[in-house]
Design a protein around this ligand. Structure first.
Ligand SMILES: C[S@@+](CC[C@H](N)C(=O)[O-])C[C@H]1O[C@@H](n2cnc3c(N)ncnc32)[C@H](O)[C@@H]1O
Length: 353
């Protein structure tokens, strides 16, 4: 008697080939790359849910911030055209896409060539085909060109959730992390521009002091800049140690805060974030269809100031029919369950008809 041939399982384009997991010391994986269960949320949903319930972000994932508030102000409708200018993990995009059906479409932009294909694959696996969802590796400063490239003159809904994603911060190889050691890079697109290490090596103390004040209101800018400018730091840890050594009298809390501010100021400079934001804000009214809505989530005062000013000027000039006069903040419940939402501020504007 011949044995029945087992049926061949249907092809699943999202399944990953079996790989031996990384070895780690101790009973639990600690390092970003060792957390194999968190990197595979489809397979280990229970572990991922436990990590999130503890207020942490699972490795390789990003928890979208103020989703309900953003959907309320953007009010995406079936058939509309939307742009997610900062696609990231695609959490906001996924929610917006559901509201655009039937007949709508969304363009997802991101500067990061490493995370973008992963997010595209994740959203395709959820059933969003190229007819409704396309990705564009582009800085959002180039939004008019991206729209023109696909034959569009404007969008009905635009979202920008500024800064870096948890995937970028938590991956030590990207060099954004204050806590984990890695190469001092900080580029959202590592194929372009100069790393944070190269910037520090090249910059003069006066220019660094100016940069620290402009990008992070750094109170210790004049002490820190001669200790850091022109120096060669290859790792994030070496830079953090040099900052602490330059300010030996600070207590632990102030010292940690200073390291954070300095990393933020460098990241803004490396990625030219303020000039990209200013270009985006200037282009926005022409990228929105009449009656179109834009929502912007910011994470520090340098960003919020620029958004507030641009929206107020647009309203004065009659380009926006309405704008948010007060910022919208995450609820205490969201701040509790996702501490990374803490500094978020949401502003919106509506294009005049
Ligand atoms: C906070 S995350 C967005 C998370 C996303 N809303 C979600 O729900 O997953 C910000 C993303 O914007 C990207 N980004 C930041 N500045 C950018 C710019 N000027 N142009 C394009 N992408 C940018 C980063 O690479 C990152 O992936």
């Amino acid at each position: 008697m011949s044995e029945a041939t087992p049926p061949i399982p249907p092809y699943d384009p999202t399944s990953k080939p079996h790989k031996r997991r990384l070895r780690y010391h101790g009973s639990h994986p600690r390092r970003f790359e060792e957390k194999y269960k968190e990197h595979d949320p489809k397979r280990y949903a229970e572990t991922v849910a436990k990590v999130m319930a503890s207020g942490k972000t699972p490795a390789g994932m990003h928890r979208s911030i103020m989703v309900a508030e953003i959907l309320e102000v953007l009010a995406p409708q079936p058939g509309e055209i939307a742009v997610d200018a900062t696609l990231g993990y695609g959490g906001h995009t996924q929610e917006i896409l559901q509201k655009l059906s039937p007949g709508g479409r969304l363009l997802g932009l991101d500067a990061d060539p490493i995370e973008l294909p992963k997010t595209e694959a994740r959203l395709r696996a959820l059933g969003f085909g190229p007819d409704v969802f396309t990705t564009h590796r582009s800085n959002f400063a180039g939004l008019p060109q991206v729209l023109a490239g696909v034959g569009l003159t404007g969008a009905d809904v635009i979202l920008a959730d500024l800064g870096v994603s948890s995937m970028q911060i938590d991956d030590p190889t990207r060099g954004f992390s204050v806590k984990l050691d890695g190469p001092l890079d900080m580029r959202m697109n590592p194929q372009r521009g100069q790393s944070a290490a190269a910037l520090l090596q090249r910059i003069k103390p006066d220019a660094l002091a100016e940069l620290l004040i402009e990008n992070a209101d750094e109170p210790h800018a004049t002490t820190l800049s001669p200790a850091l400018a022109g120096k060669s730091f290859t790792s994030t840890r070496a830079l953090a140690e040099a900052i602490r050594t330059a300010l030996p009298r600070l207590n632990k809390e102030d010292s940690d805060l200073t390291v954070r501010r300095l990393f933020q100021a460098l990241r803004i400079a490396v990625n030219d974030e303020f000039s990209a934001l200013e270009t985006f804000l200037r282009n926005l009214p022409t990228c929105l269809n009449p009656g179109g809505r834009v929502a912007i989530l910011t994470f520090h005062s340098g960003e919020d100031r620029r958004v507030k000013k641009a929206f107020a000027a647009g309203e004065r000039d009659g380009l926006y029919a309405e704008i948010a006069h007060e910022v919208i903040r995450p609820t205490p419940a969201e701040r509790n369950t996702n501490p990374r939402s803490g500094p978020a501020k949401l502003r919106w504007a509506k294009r005049a008809v």
